[in-house]
Design a protein around this ligand. Structure first.
Ligand code: ADP
Length: 241
């Protein structure tokens, strides 16, 4: 299901956070949105998540209006840097949450929820920690729980905003590798926001470099790195030609 972002613009107090942004996101693709702080990455992700709306433009999924669906109806999984887990719920309860709050008709049975949560916890390598509370986990473990929670609703699209931003370098590197492997296993369309060009180049199938609300260049990592299209991209990826 191709997500077609078409000519999105979003202003805040007269300033363009997004300025006529278009991009097609292919099914199963891992796309990184990268750029300096304030370049519009989070605004684009929030619009895809249904947390914000554009002033102009739209998004379609296989020709259907993606933005018309409410955030709850839209089948997206979200992980933010500070998208905190519910502190009073165990790991298992956190992961099950999105399924438990579904309308009765679409809610799986208790047994199905239990099985699905077990499978997910194994998948994020937290099989033994289901009974713990978030305060009893490391930062990296918490983000893996957040990811399991996002995956529990079987989203069409996974939206990640600096999910490893608050973690130390070593944990970050390990989680990157792990996320890439998980992506290869699941083949889920993923949009990953980061200000870290190394992270984007390492993780993504395609990288969109953003600057001042626009996409300066989009392409596979090697093309962005070896053939930067503008002086901005050149500087951003740390090339000096
Ligand atoms: P990034 O994620 O690349 O750091 P953002 O999308 O968060 O960039 O922000 C893009 C621009 O829009 C920034 O100038 C930011 O200050 C502005 N902006 C974003 N959200 C809001 C908001 N809710 N109110 C006012 N300005 C905002």
């Amino acid at each position: 299901m191709t997500l077609a972002v078409q000519r999105l613009s979003r202003q805040f107090a007269g300033l363009a956070a997004l300025d006529d942004v278009s991009i097609d996101i292919a099914p199963g693709e891992f796309l990184a949105l990268v750029g300096p702080s304030g370049s519009g990455k989070t605004t684009l992700l929030r619009i895809l998540a249904g947390l914000d709306y554009p002033d102009k433009g739209g998004v379609t999924q296989d020709g259907e209006d993606f933005l018309a669906a409410s955030a709850r109806e839209r089948n997206v999984g979200l992980v933010f840097q500070h998208y905190a887990l519910f502190r009073h719920l165990t790991v298992r309860e956190n992961v099950a949450f999105g399924l438990r709050v579904r309308p009765r008709k679409r809610r799986p049975s208790r047994e199905e929820i239990r099985t699905r949560v077990d499978t997910l916890l194994k998948r994020v390598q937290l099989g033994d920690l289901g009974g713990r509370y978030p305060s009893q986990l490391s930062g990296g473990q918490r983000q893996r729980v957040a990811l399991a929670r996002a995956l529990a609703v079987e989203p069409d699209v996974l939206l990640l905003d600096e999910p490893f931003g608050a973690l130390d370098a070593q944990v970050r590197t390990a989680l990157r590798r792990w996320l890439r492997e998980l992506h290869e296993e699941l083949g889920l369309t993923t949009v990953f926001v980061t200000h870290d060009q190394e992270e984007a180049l390492e993780l993504a199938d395609r990288v969109a470099v953003m600057n001042k609300g626009r996409i300066e260049q989009v392409g596979p990592p090697h093309a962005i790195y070896h053939d930067p299209a503008t002086p901005f991209v050149c500087e951003f990826v740390g090339r000096t030609n």
